[in-house]
Design a protein around this ligand. Structure first.
Ligand SMILES: [Zn+2]
Length: 275
């Protein structure tokens, strides 16, 4: 574990111990996962969580009494206001095969209505071009359909080619959104209204990309900026909490309790380092 990560966890632990942190009610925590793997890979990119760890994390949150919600239901509940409980949404970016082969049984066990954000150009291909094969191949459309049938998950777009939108012309962005949306709607019986910005760090989305998403029929878009969603959150700029093998169940509890809310500031100061 790197020095930077250790320092981050230590600051979070101090925040946790300084005062009791009951889980906040009336907030939505969107947990962002990438690959679920059979072995504990401890990959330096922090893109993987082993099945055992994922199962432990979900069991812990279930025991803490969180309310599992889809993104759309979570945002609707936030608008309702009081007494909505601690809302948690689980999302998977990119479309790694482990979501089907491994995570599926856990999602079914706890009735978790997850969301898959697919980099649609990669679906059905033998490898992801920019990631380690150890993380797993891309899902096939058949596996996506099984996931929908077995878990009721929602499918969103993560771009077609997974290029950062802000580096593209408006015309190219329209093409990306159209291609990705068509790929999803042709394969699954769902309207595609959800989006997760490729990379998602500060600088990979802006008012221009938000305008083009609205124009393309998208109503919810997730960033990778750290934080919880609260009432009044911009639906095309949802913060999330990235989860990796570094996150024990205790780390997740700290995240949900708000002990890492300061991390967003660090991301904004060093956008490239926190991609
Ligand atoms: Zn991605």
């Amino acid at each position: 574990m790197g020095l930077r990560l250790r320092a981050r966890q230590t600051i979070g632990e101090i925040a946790y111990r300084m005062r009791p942190h009951p889980l906040p009610s009336g907030s939505l925590s969107v947990l962002m996962y990438h690959a679920i793997t059979r072995e504990d890979l401890r990959d330096p990119e922090q893109q993987s969580v082993s099945l055992q760890q994922f199962s432990d994390q979900m069991e812990t949150l279930q025991g803490m009494g969180v309310r599992w919600v889809s993104l759309e239901e979570g945002l609707r509940s936030l608008k309702e206001g009081h007494g909505v409980g601690t809302l948690v949404s689980v999302v998977f970016d990119d479309g790694y095969v482990g979501v089907h082969d491994l995570a599926l049984e856990v999602l079914v066990r706890y009735r978790i209505p997850a969301t898959l954000f697919l980099a649609t150009e990669q679906i059905g291909r033998p490898v992801f071009p920019d990631s380690s094969p150890r993380l797993g191949r891309p899902l096939t459309w058949l596996e996506v359909q099984v996931l929908i049938r077995e878990t009721g998950c929602a499918i969103g777009s993560h771009g077609h080619s997974h290029r950062p939108l802000t580096r593209l012309s408006s015309e190219k962005i329209r093409e990306e959104l159209k291609a990705s949306r068509a790929a999803i709607e042709n394969r699954v019986n769902q309207a595609c209204r959800l989006f997760a910005y490729p990379y998602g760090a500060a600088g990979t989305f802006d008012t221009r990309t938000e305008g083009l998403l609205s124009e393309g029929g998208f109503t919810i878009a997730c960033t990778a900026l750290w934080g919880q969603c609260r009432t009044g959150v911009h639906p095309l700029r949802l913060p999330r909490m990235r989860v990796s093998w570094c996150d024990t169940s205790h780390e997740l509890e700290k995240s949900l309790a708000g002990c890492y809310d300061w991390y967003r500031l660090l991301q904004l100061l060093q956008p490239r380092r926190t991609l």
